[in-house]
Design a protein around this ligand. Sequence first.
Ligand SMILES: Nc1nc2c(ncn2[C@@H]2O[C@H](COP(=O)(O)OP(=O)(O)OP(=O)(O)O)[C@@H](O)[C@H]2O)c(=O)[nH]1
Ligand SMILES: [Mg+2]
Length: 295
Amino acid sequence: MPVNAGVEYGLAEKKFNEAASVQDKIKALNEMLSTVPKHKSSENLRNEIKQKISRYKLLSEKEKTASKKGSSKFSVKKEGAASVCLVGITNSGKSTILNKLTNAKADIAPYEYTTTKPEIGIMDYKGINIQIIEIPALTENFMERSDGPGLLGVVRMSDLIVIVLDLDRNIHEQITLIHRELERAVIKKKIIAIGTKENKNKEFFVTLDKLKEEIWNSLGLIKVFTKQQGKAPEKKPVALKRGNKIRDLAKHIHKDFLKKFDFARIWGKSAKHPAQRVGMGHMLEDNDIVEIHLK
Ligand SMILES: Nc1nc2c(ncn2[C@@H]2O[C@H](COP(=O)(O)OP(=O)(O)OP(=O)(O)O)[C@@H](O)[C@H]2O)c(=O)[nH]1
Ligand SMILES: [Mg+2]
């Protein structure tokens, strides 16, 4: 955080980073700007924020023009613990991977541009639902296409981008194109890459199970099992953010749980010993089992 900026700036910046839509980004940037004092020492920071605002305003204009043309509004409802977007050039095997990872039945064909709208499926990762979305193949100047801003809007709201690379074609060209188009749309997000077709470049080639694992690991989530006293743990885990505490789990289960919380018992990696008694501030780890006791 810059020297001159205070807590409000930090909060506004957090809002900016978490904002999914261009409009929310602009709102958060304006908030950030209003918290930075008009002072010589903070001039650079103010200019930086102003530049960002004008870039996002330009994007917002593009979105508006495109939506007037009628075809840009792809409203994809977020579902599951996280959303992952598959991007790549045409024929790279996005639909093939989507169908393999999820319950989706997207059309797969040897000709180009088979997918013309977002295709959505749900991946089951050890009991956690993760939404996987394929968007139509990226092309040069994607943002200028009538449906470009809408489709990139779908990428923007996702939590992770998976680049699907056709290993039969020039990898460097694919990566360059994809990064350039994402950059033009000012999309900054965690990205992983996966290779399809011939296994010439081992670096990018992963099996489906490995891919599932890699997606999960890149999302920064943990899964936690709840249990009731005297009973076995629930079969379906709860997804939480890495670093979350018992407090977050209690809140996730029911808003009243925070008020009524007494203590918790915990088993697993974060427990010093099985059934350790802990408070709300105890940090959870992947695969922990938690029994919450209410007052
Ligand atoms: N040999 C081989 N063929 C593949 C693989 N993945 C996809 N294909 C083939 O490549 C072609 C394109 O696959 P799709 O999954 O439709 O590719 P896409 O990226 O969704 O393509 P568009 O939606 O048209 O842009 C199909 O004929 C697939 O059968 C793979 O790993 N190995
Ligand atoms: Mg496709």
